[in-house]
Design a protein around this ligand. Structure first.
Ligand SMILES: Nc1ncnc2c1ncn2[C@@H]1O[C@H](COP(=O)(O)OP(=O)(O)OP(=O)(O)O)[C@@H](O)[C@H]1O
Ligand SMILES: [Mg+2]
Length: 418
């Protein structure tokens, strides 16, 4: 799993560290930098699939640009930015640290200027004990190639290969002639990055008939096709769980959710639900008639149950469209399904009702994103690291503190003392 993300000169951040747990929440006022953090995951995901650095940032025929594209990836006034992740799991003795630095050249291009993969034995977790598996030396800015050094089993700087600056080295490691230790480490990190799933459900896109499919799209447009293509047993399991969580969303019950194929050739599918508004009558409706909040909620549950195990599911404004009285249901669902299907969840929210529904036990997993008033840069602060938190909490809940601005004021006070 990805355990940490470090940002350097990335968008509004001069530097920042985000810790990732099974359920992590980002809060902060508008333009504080929450989505900027999520954009970093999108870039890492694209690079892991071997996409060119420039098209990953700026988009191409298949990809949309990362928000702001080329002009807004690197912090204003700087020319290079760096992303670093730490990956690992409870069963393995080794964590991996992967760093990629990219820079903008002559206003129109993006290229690799630094890349490092290290292994860290957990029992010896300190920088001195990190072992470099490969790194780069950026000694010639003019050339399209960057010298990369792959560690040897014994001593010395290792084998030098000149790599194309347009792609990440990591994305090419599986097909390169390097030692198995380096290949294994590279595959492990690539696997974590490729398991990032950014979900941005768009209810209107979900209302259409969709092709049978084994992978949910990021806008969840093919939700019906994904459900209908599941093997019979899994389909039953998923539809039962969908029905259980969704049933109490409206005032009266939704008593069944299902998807089925349509047409002569059964290549497309539609999502249906059975609603019960009075004791004696039920109403079957298809996705075209379902509410926006219902469809978004269904998309999140479906993602949790159908993305690959050990994925990192990222959802912006996770409670968007959900009535505040249903916040507890959402929290229950995220905790239960995340742990059952081994999915880490990273989400943003502006909703005080949701923060209160998370309860105090979630405080260690809430990060507050804030613009430092001394330099204007975004900072990440864990809520539990707020000096005044116990005192603040005596006066109200986390949701209440967010609403009345006490969290902001508390950070401003510490910045005044800097
Ligand atoms: N390259 C850059 N250099 C400096 N600042 C930047 C850069 N790119 C973006 N920003 C800052 O980031 C802000 C947008 O941040 P972001 O979209 O992450 O906000 P957010 O916390 O998601 O807000 P909201 O809750 O409204 O969605 C911009 O207003 C701008 O100030
Ligand atoms: Mg945002």
């Amino acid at each position: 799993m990805i355990k940490e993300l470090h940002l350097k000169n990335w968008k509004s951040f001069d530097s920042g560290t985000l810790f990732i747990d099974p359920l992590s929440i980002l809060i902060g006022t508008n333009a504080s930098g929450k989505s900027n953090i999520l954009d970093a995951f999108l870039l890492l995901y694209r690079l892991s699939w071997g996409k060119q650095i420039l098209s990953s940032v700026n988009g191409d025929n298949e990809l949309s640009p990362i928000r702001g594209g080329l002009d807004w990836i690197v912090r204003k006034g700087e020319s290079e930015c760096e992303l670093q992740i730490l990956t690992g799991n409870d069963h393995s003795e080794i964590d991996y640290r992967y760093t990629i630095g990219i820079r903008r050249t002559n206003g129109t291009r993006f290229e690799l200027c630094n890349e490092v993969l290290e292994s860290i034995h957990k029992r010896q977790r300190s920088d001195a004990k990190a072992k470099t598996l490969f790194n780069t030396k950026d000694d010639s800015i003019e050339t399209p190639f960057i010298p990369a050094y792959f560690s040897s089993a014994t001593q010395g700087r290792g084998k030098r290969l000149d790599m194309n600056r347009s792609f990440s080295i990591l994305s090419q490691i599986e097909t390169m002639g390097v030692r198995s230790e380096i290949k294994e480490a590279g595959s492990s990190v690539l696997n974590e990055l490729r398991n990032i799933f950014i979900l941005d459900p768009i209810p209107n896109h979900m209302r259409i008939f969709s092709k049978l499919s084994d992978r949910l799209q990021s806008d969840a447009a093919n939700i019906a096709g994904v459900l209908a293509a599941l093997p019979e047993n899994k389909k039953k399991e998923v539809e039962t769980i969908l029905t259980n969580y969704i049933s109490h969303l409206p005032e009266k019950d939704i008593i069944k959710i299902w998807s089925e194929t349509v047409g002569l050739f059964n290549t497309d599918a539609m999502l249906y639900c059975k609603e019960q508004w009075t004791d004696s009558e039920t109403l079957d409706i298809d996705a075209r008639g379902m509410s926006d909040g219902t469809l978004r909620f269904l998309a999140i549950i479906t993602a949790l149950m159908t993305v690959k195990e050990h994925s990192l599911l990222i959802v912006e404004e996770i409670d968007n469209g959900l009535h505040p009285s249903r916040a507890t249901k959402l929290v229950e669902m995220l905790k239960e399904l995340g742990s059952k299907y081994h999915i880490d969840i990273l989400c943003t929210t502006h909703n005080p009702a949701l923060l209160d529904a998370f309860g105090n036990s979630m405080i260690p997993f809430i990060s507050y994103i804030h613009r430092n008033k001394n330099n204007g840069c975004s900072n990440v602060t864990l809520l539990e690291d707020f000096e005044m938190l116990p005192k603040l909490m005596a006066a109200g809940t986390i949701g209440g503190l967010m609403t009345n601005g006490s969290l902001e004021q508390s950070l401003e006070r510490s910045e005044n003392n800097e």
